[in-house]
Design a protein around this ligand. Structure first.
Ligand SMILES: C[S@@+](CC[C@H](N)C(=O)[O-])C[C@H]1O[C@@H](n2cnc3c(N)ncnc32)[C@H](O)[C@@H]1O
Length: 374
C-alpha cells in the first residue's frame, strides 16, 4: 500500500466513505503524492501520450487558429493567451513557433499557464521561457481582459462524482476501505433521495427502459464550474476558448472513469497517485455551463473534422517533402492517430466558447446539426 493509499485509508476510517470525486482529486492532485505532482508522465516511457506529443502538427495548427481568432477579435493590442494544464509545454511551443508568422500577434500576447504540478511547471519553463510566461494555480488569478484560452486533455482530469440508478433513485457511489481484503472498494451512499443527484437533466429524467437500474451516471461539478467561469470571462471581456478532449457530445449514462499506467488500463482503486485517472468529458454539460454564463458556443466537432478543416493534410504534405524515409512513416502514422475515426479522430472532440459577437472560428463554420458527434 503506497503512502497516499495509507492517508486515504486513515481518512475513511475517521470520517467514513469518501466520494469518487474526492478520491480522484487526491489521487491526481494531492500536494505531495498526487499523480501529477512529482513526475513527467508523458511519452513512450511514461503512462500515456497526448495529441501534441504525437505530432508537432497539432500545436502548429492550434497556433494558427489562435492568430486567426485574434484577427477576428479586431487585433487587440493585448490579449491573454491562457493554457490550462500545458503538460510539457509542447503544444504551446509548437503553437507559438507557427504563430511567429504573425509578429504583431506575438507582440500582443501575454502568456499565462494554469498548472499545479511543480515538475511540469519546470518543463514548461524550459520550453516557453522566451515568452515570459506567468504561472497560476487556477484560472481566477489570470487578469481579466481579452483572452484566447486553450485546454487540451485538461477537463478529463477534473474529478467526477458517480451516481448509480437504484429502485429509490440516483444514489451517490462512494469509496470505502475493506479492512479484511486490505483494499479500496466502491459502495453506495445511504439515505440519498431521488432528485438530489446533480446529474444532467437527460440522465435524471431518462425512462428506466433507456437508463436501467444499475446504470452509472457521472458529473464533474468542477468541470461545469470552470466552463461557466470561462464563459463568463469571455462574455464580459471578449475572446475565445478551445476545449479539446475525449468524451461524448451528448450527456449520456456510463461508467467512464479509468486508470492508465504504463500505457495499459489499471484498476481505478488499486494505486492512488501511481496511475493516471481520467473520465470522459460531457461536452453537452460544458457547453450548457458556458452558455449559461453568457458565452456563444460552437461545436463540439470531432477532432478529425476540426484538424481537417484547419489544413492538417496540407501540413502533412509539406512535412513529407523534406522527410527521411523513417520520418515519412512516422508522419503518416501520426496523421492517422490524430484524425482516423478508429483512433483519436472521433472520440476526441473540439468545443469552442466565445464572446457572443465573435464570428465562427476556423474549424467551427459547420452549421449546427450538420455534424453531431456522439
Ligand atoms: C493529461 S495532461 C495534458 C497536458 C497537455 N495539455 C497535453 O495535451 O499534452 C493534464 C495537464 O493538466 C495539469 N493538471 C491536472 N489537473 C489540474 C488542475 N486541477 N489544475 C491545474 N492543472 C492541472 C497536469 O499537471 C497536466 O499538465
Amino acid at each position: 500500500m503506497n503512502a497516499l493509499a495509507r492517508i486515504l485509508r486513515r481518512r475513511i476510517e475517521r470520517q467514513g466513505p469518501i466520494t469518487v470525486a474526492d478520491y480522484m482529486a487526491a489521487a491526481l492532485g494531492h500536494p505531495k503524492y498526487g499523480y501529477y505532482m512529482g513526475k513527467d508522465p508523458f511519452g513512450v516511457r511514461g503512462d500515456f501520450i497526448t495529441a501534441p506529443e504525437i505530432s508537432q502538427m497539432f500545436g502548429e495548427l492550434i497556433g494558427l487558429w489562435c492568430v486567426i481568432c485574434w484577427r477576428q477579435m479586431g487585433r487587440p493590442k493585448v490579449v491573454h493567451l491562457v493554457e490550462l494544464g500545458p503538460g510539457r509545454g509542447t503544444l504551446m511551443g509548437d503553437a507559438l513557433r507557427a504563430a511567429r508568422a504573425a509578429p504583431d500577434f506575438i507582440d500582443a500576447l501575454r502568456l499565462h499557464l494554469v498548472e499545479t504540478s511543480p515538475a511540469l511547471r519546470a518543463r514548461q519553463g524550459e520550453m516557453l521561457g522566451d515568452y515570459a510566461p506567468r504561472w497560476h494555480a487556477r484560472l481566477d488569478s489570470v487578469p481579466d481582459g481579452r483572452m484566447i484560452l486553450i485546454a487540451n486533455e485538461f477537463f478529463d482530469a477534473l474529478p467526477v462524482q458517480q451516481f448509480e440508478r437504484t429502485g429509490e433513485g440516483w444514489v451517490e457511489r462512494l469509496v470505502r476501505f475493506d479492512a479484511v481484503a486490505g483494499e479500496f472498494r466502491f459502495t453506495l451512499a445511504t439515505g440519498a433521495a431521488e432528485g438530489e443527484a446533480p446529474l444532467p437533466a437527460p440522465l435524471l429524467n431518462a425512462p428506466s427502459q433507456t437508463v436501467p437500474i444499475g446504470a452509472i451516471g457521472e458529473v464533474s461539478p468542477e468541470g461545469r464550474a470552470l466552463a461557466a467561469e470561462i464563459g463568463g470571462r469571455l462574455a464580459r471581456a471578449g475572446g475565445v476558448a478551445l476545449i479539446v478532449d475525449y468524451g461524448h457530445g451528448r450527456s449520456t449514462p456510463g461508467e467512464t472513469l479509468q486508470a492508465v499506467k504504463g500505457h495499459k488500463f489499471h484498476d481505478v482503486l488499486a494505486d492512488p497517485g501511481g496511475a493516471d485517472l481520467t473520465a470522459h468529458v460531457d461536452f453537452e454539460a460544458l457547453a450548457a455551463a458556458g452558455a449559461g454564463a453568457g458565452a456563444a458556443t460552437f461545436g463540439p466537432v470531432s477532432q478529425g473534422a476540426f484538424l481537417g478543416s484547419l489544413g492538417i493534410d496540407a501540413r502533412t504534405e509539406t512535412l513529407l517533402e523534406s522527410a527521411s524515409p523513417a520520418q515519412v512513416k512516422d508522419i503518416r502514422s501520426a496523421l492517422k492517430r490524430l484524425v482516423a475515426s478508429s483512433e483519436m479522430g472521433v472520440l476526441f472532440k473540439a468545443l469552442c466558447l466565445a464572446h457572443p459577437g465573435q464570428p465562427a472560428p476556423p474549424g467551427f463554420e459547420t452549421p449546427p446539426g450538420f455534424e453531431t458527434p456522439q
